[in-house]
Design a protein around this ligand. Structure first.
Ligand SMILES: [Zn+2]
Ligand SMILES: [Zn+2]
Length: 353
């Protein structure tokens, strides 16, 4: 039997559809037919082949263990179509969300349940073949999460953008009573962060972006105030004002020098800044400002399987508002990546084969 996947054959080029023989699942593996695959900004960086570190330095993906050709796509909902001899055949026919941040299973992080911190990861769509195609293979049934009757297209986005903001927001908990949390960036991550922050009971949420259309959606999803930083002469003053002078936490979903500096200049003493955006660059940081302001500056990377299950639990209880999803054919993958790069997407693009 044949299948099709969109393969990136060389960094800096476009992924192309390739027909190839469908592999039967072995051992504990399961084969899923892809129904929905969310398009993440990380795929734009992977396609380009590098991550900007600032000052002319970068991480070159050609020097990592990423396979080539690579089928990207790590936000996947699919239906199990066959099971290896050691996998549970009862799963065949079931629709599941895939936890893609699969670790080696051998190291201390993996044993402790932090597969997203594994030093030799097998992440689907990044270090192993992912969901931009008709089929995907998952090594074990434990990576399949039951989404019940929530919208499966939107559910796919929980595997990366949802999980990333859920795990990052845990770093801000508990929020000091009466204070605000700012979310910088109202792209796929930022809008998801608004709805997850609401579900976690964060009372005052301020969202910053440079696009009024995206800020409007942030307000609809439950933000208390928004700041268009492109129109602000003094961004930190505007953000402090929108936060009633009590900005305790910032979630930076952009990760540029300008957004990190905005966060550092705006927070009150004893606050926390969590960085998840990967746009790149570097900032000079006066070290005494960390102890003087009792400031915690942390980064988080996706989340654990347990956190994804907790997040799906919130969604199944109806506690998350679905952010806008633009449902497209998988043949629109290249166009979707280019729109994402240009910042033209409100919400998340989800592709179907
Ligand atoms: Zn992602
Ligand atoms: Zn590991």
């Amino acid at each position: 039997m044949k299948t099709t996947s969109y393969q990136l054959r060389c960094y800096g080029t476009e992924p192309e559809p390739v027909d190839h023989k469908l592999r039967s699942p072995e051992g504990s593996e399961l084969l899923l037919e892809v129904e929905f695959a969310g398009v993440c900004h990380s795929d734009v960086y992977i396609k380009e082949g590098y991550q900007d570190l600032g000052d002319g330095e970068r991480i070159d993906f050609a020097e990592t263990t990423m396979p080539m050709p690579l089928t990207m796509g790590h936000e996947i909902v699919g239906r199990v179509v066959s099971a290896g001899p050691d996998a549970d055949p009862a799963l065949i026919g079931k629709r599941r969300l895939i936890y893609p941040w699969i670790g080696c299973g051998q190291c201390q992080s993996c044993h402790a349940g932090f597969e997203n911190h594994c030093e030799t990861p097998h992440t689907l769509g990044i270090f192993a073949q992912g969901g931009y195609g008709r089929h995907v293979v998952v090594p074990k049934s434990r990576y399949l999460v039951d989404i019940g009757d929530i919208d499966p297209a939107w559910a796919s986005t929980l595997a990366c953008s949802g999980l990333t903001v859920f795990s990052a927001l845990q770093q801000l908990m508990p929020v000091k009573p009466g204070s605000s949390v700012a979310i910088i960036g109202a792209g796929g991550l930022g809008l998801m962060a608004v709805t997850v922050a609401r579900a976690l009971g964060i009372e005052r949420i301020v969202v910053c972006d440079i696009d009024d259309d995206k800020l409007k959606v942030a307000l609809e999803l439950g933000a208390n105030a928004v700041v268009n930083t492109s129109k602000a002469e003094d961004g930190p003053a505007m953000l402090r004002q929108a936060s009633d002078g009590c900005l305790y936490g910032v979630l930076d979903t952009v990760g540029l020098p300008s957004t990190a500096n905005l966060a550092i200049a705006s927070v009150m003493k004893g606050s926390r800044i969590v960085l998840i955006g990967l746009q790149g660059g570097r900032i000079p940081l006066p070290l005494p400002s960390l102890p003087f302001k009792a400031l915690s500056l942390v980064g988080t990377y996706t989340g654990t399987l347990g956190e994804l299950k907790a997040l799906v639990g919130l969604a199944r209880e109806g506690k998350l508002s679905a952010m806008p999803v633009w449902h497209r054919e998988m043949s629109c993958l290249c166009d979707s990546l280019s729109r994402l790069k240009q910042g033209k997407v409100v919400g998340r693009i989800v592709l179907s084969p």
